[in-house]
Design a protein. Structure first.
Length: 98
């Protein structure tokens, strides 16, 4: 029984090493529309959806229309405002939608 436990410990440790991934933190306040559109950090559509939820949550708005296409509106807005910070662009898009 004791030998089995001794062999189990290193095996579990090796499994933990294989499944660990490097985590990267990103400051959303510093992302420009150009970086957002190029997909350098993450998928643009996913980030746009996250920003929509973040801004609505910050405003205390718990009602979100699932049929709205705000992520496409943010992408369109950023196409014409490449140097703008994406958080400011998202604020403009969400503010216009309300």
């Amino acid at each position: 029984m004791r030998q089995w436990l001794i062999m189990l410990g290193p095996a579990l440790a090796l499994m933990g090493l294989q499944t660990s991934h490097a985590q990267v933190t990103v400051d959303i306040r510093k992302i420009t529309c150009n970086e957002f559109l190029s997909g350098q950090l993450t998928d643009s559509r996913s980030l746009a959806i996250w920003l929509n939820g973040y801004l609505n949550g910050a405003r205390g708005n718990t009602l979100i229309d699932p049929l709205s296409v705000t992520e496409n509106n943010l992408i369109d807005y950023c196409l014409s405002h490449n140097n703008m910070l994406v958080l400011d662009a998202a604020r403009n898009v969400v503010g216009v939608a309300k």
